[in-house]
Design a protein around this ligand. Structure first.
Ligand code: NAG
Ligand code: NAG
Length: 446
């Protein structure tokens, strides 16, 4: 069913660069941004002019809140397939049509693949057919989301010739995802469904899946559906991605929560203008990195946003590998060179970002020589990356350390990607503005 299994690309759905603040209403300023970045491994950085887009709305746009059914305690358990991304299947519309979506804690707008004129066969298209859903409606141009207030701002929405609210997402590799903003319900079961939520209905996109935007923005799925928390357990993945292991996903309460240890999200006042900061991301206070028993000499400051907003550390399910800003990356690389530099492939860089690579025949030995890696956070919370998972097979016969240099992709943040969230419960607790981590045997959850 999945048309993307042959694709070899790194998914990068992050919101960070050149984040623009828009202050709208005088009394209740707020801003939204839906940047989305996808980096094709084969293309070069000049084409990675980073995609940026934002949607704007005024603060009284939720006038229909009182007519919406309450979804005060949405609890739902599901599974997802893990390859480079977490791909969940959600029942959308009335009656529900199952849609595959990439669970992305780094972006806001959710969108689905809408009916295509030329369904690809085989496999059969799994895109959503609006004409079969009684709860589907389009968002008219008069909706505030479609009325940008600041004319010189790069906005993804516009009114199309049919007076529909149109959005356009340019991917870094030049492909375009675009469609109309619509409203549609997610019907989890007979007794649990959301009110109609604002989604993108993509008519032009090369991707097989849509996106489930889960960041802190008010138009993310999590916010619109009033999800109080959600969590996932990323299974151990197989080298060549032909087998996609199954992980577990919860909306609402997770029965394992007692084993979780939490760190508070860093929050940022809107008045603090930091152009590179993404205030809607799940930003955590990372303190340091250990390789083996050695604590690297990295100033804690590099894991925090500076005055310009560069350097925030985010937990992102939509980014595959981990990316570190220059100062932290150099220290990690220095240590890995010290340990296994002689075996490193000289001059080899994967996807313009991963440059600590080895011939696969040595991979087990390299992992053993490097040892486990630990990401350290506040309150003694740690993410332990087992030595067996320090390296990832990026192409036939080549393994790389799953850590890249942020700057090489034009990124200003530290990003903890899904590769380093394997066998870990990660809970995003929106209500208490914290992230929890717990040990998981994610391939075995039922
Ligand atoms: C991929 O890996 C699986 C299990 O490790 C193996 O059975 C399969 O033959 C591999 N496929 C390719 C194309 O290498
Ligand atoms: C740690 O790094 C700083 C700056 O890079 C340097 O000044 C200091 O001497 C280092 N400390 C140790 C123990 O290496």
């Amino acid at each position: 069913m999945d048309t993307s299994s042959s694709k070899k690309f790194l998914l990068l759905f992050v919101t960070f660069l050149n984040f623009f603040y828009i202050l709208l209403a005088k009394n209740t300023p707020f801003s939204m941004s839906f940047p989305l970045i996808s980096t094709q491994l084969s293309h070069n950085s000049s084409s990675k002019a980073l995609f940026l887009s934002s949607l704007v709305a005024n603060s009284n746009q939720n006038t229909n809140t009182k007519t919406m059914p309450r979804v005060s305690s949405l609890n739902y358990k599901s599974t997802f397939k893990y390859s480079m991304a977490l791909i969940i299947t959600l029942p959308i519309g009335t009656p529900p049509q199952n849609q595959q979506m990439v669970l992305d804690t780094g972006s806001q707008l959710s969108w689905i693949q809408c009916h295509k004129k030329l369904p690809k066969i085989p496999p059969p298209t799994t895109s959503f057919d609006p004409s079969l859903s009684s709860s589907f409606s389009v968002l008219p141009c008069s909706h505030p989301l479609c009325k940008p207030r600041i004319p010189d701002f790069t906005l993804p929405t516009s009114c199309d010739q049919n007076r529909l609210c149109h959005y356009s997402y340019f991917y870094a590799d030049g492909t375009l995802a675009e469609g109309n903003l619509v409203r549609e319900k997610i019907t989890f079961s007979r007794s649990q469904s959301t009110p109609p939520l604002i989604l993108g209905c993509a008519t032009e996109s090369d991707d097989a899946e849509g996106i489930l935007g889960m960041n802190l923005g008010r138009f993310s799925f999590a916010s619109q559906a009033k999800v109080q928390k959600f969590s996932y357990c990323v299974p151990i993945r197989q080298g060549n991605h032909t087998v996609k292991p199954t992980g577990t996903f919860y909306l609402g309460q997770n029965p394992n929560f007692r084993t979780f240890r939490y760190i508070n999200l860093l929050t940022f006042p809107q008045s603090q203008r930091m152009p590179n900061l993404d205030p809607l991301a799940y930003t955590v206070g990372m303190l340091g990195i250990k390789i083996g028993e050695k604590k690297l000499n990295i100033s804690t400051k590099v894991f925090r946003p500076n005055a310009g907003g560069s350097g925030q550390t985010i937990v992102d399910s939509g980014t595959e590998y981990t990316f570190l800003v220059e100062e932290a990356y150099n220290k990690v690389r220095e240590e890995i060179v010290r340990l296994v530099g002689r075996k490193m492939k000289r001059g080899y860089v994967y996807g313009e970002a991963l440059d600590m690579c080895f011939d696969s025949v040595h991979s087990t030995e390299i992992g053993r020589l490097i040892g486990d890696m630990t990401l350290q956070f506040e309150n003694g919370v740690e993410i332990l990356i087992n030595k067996e998972r320090m390296l990832d097979e990026v192409e036939g016969g080549i393994h790389c350390v799953g850590i890249g240099r942020s700057e090489s992709l034009g990124i200003a943040s530290n990003i903890i990607g899904n590769f380093h969230q394997q066998n870990l419960w990660v809970e995003f607790d929106l209500r208490n503005r914290r992230v929890g981590f717990g040990k998981g045997e994610c391939s075995m959850q039922v």
